[in-house]
Design a protein around this ligand. Sequence first.
Ligand code: AMP
Ligand code: ZN
Length: 113
Amino acid sequence: MSDCLFCKIIAGEIPSDKVYEDENVFAFRDIHPQAPVHILVVPKTHIACAADITADNSAEVARCFEAIAKIAAQEGLNDGFRVINNCGENAGQTVFHLHFHILAGKTLGETLV
Ligand code: AMP
Ligand code: ZN
């Protein structure tokens, strides 16, 4: 998608603080961190949001979660971490390229979720 911010980050057209990359997944630090560790994990394939996941593209989601486990080990998130996905307007999704937030580095509390 030529007008997608995260596609441009994956392509290197917009700089990012990359923490992980493999053939299918790209991960970088959120520009407005909401925890001491705040990393975005995105599939290289453009999927707009979780509502667009189907049997044809769900392997991309599995690859993201395989990457999340590797990133957690790489970043030493031994005390735990939270994974969040926002889908759609009411959830506050602002970038319409599927992404998973990894939040860690502090006690995250028991609200939301
Ligand atoms: P969401 O609200 O779930 O769509 O999350 C989008 C996230 O992308 C927000 O947490 C933003 O802070 C983050 N973000 C927006 N632009 C950039 C950027 N250029 N580099 C890194 N993170 C970004
Ligand atoms: Zn995209």
